[in-house]
Design a protein. Structure first.
Length: 115
């Protein structure tokens, strides 16, 4: 039965995974800068940028998941935040932290693509 508690469990599990992943990334970031070799430093700098980008993505995902968990608690979870239509369960299964129905998400994507 795919009800609110099913999706809440899913979100909490996902949050846990991303939280652990971002902790790992933060640990990796702290390891950068240990070398004094110039070639190694160049490589580390590149890795550092990738790690910071990953860390920013994780943080954004955590915020979206937190917001989704709040929407489950306030019974808004199954409704599109833009048009109020019910979001398809298959979509929530795939993107448990989305707050838009398919058509609003597509509209938003095409807007950002052409802006
Ligand atoms: Zn919508």
């Amino acid at each position: 039965m795919k009800d609110a508690s099913y999706f809440k469990n899913k979100l909490v599990t996902l949050r846990h995974e991303i939280f652990n992943r971002s902790r790992q990334i933060d640990a990796d970031i702290r390891h950068v800068g240990m070398t004094t070799d110039l070639d190694d430093q160049a490589i580390e700098l590149e890795n550092d940028e990738v790690l910071h980008a990953l860390s920013a993505t994780s943080e954004k995902e955590l915020l979206m998941i937190d917001a989704a968990i709040r929407r489950v608690d306030s019974d808004e979870y199954f409704h599109c935040q833009t048009c109020g239509e019910t979001i398809a369960l298959a979509r929530l299964e795939l993107l448990p932290f989305t707050n838009l129905c398919v058509s609003c998400a597509e509209k938003r994507e095409s807007e950002t693509a052409y802006s």
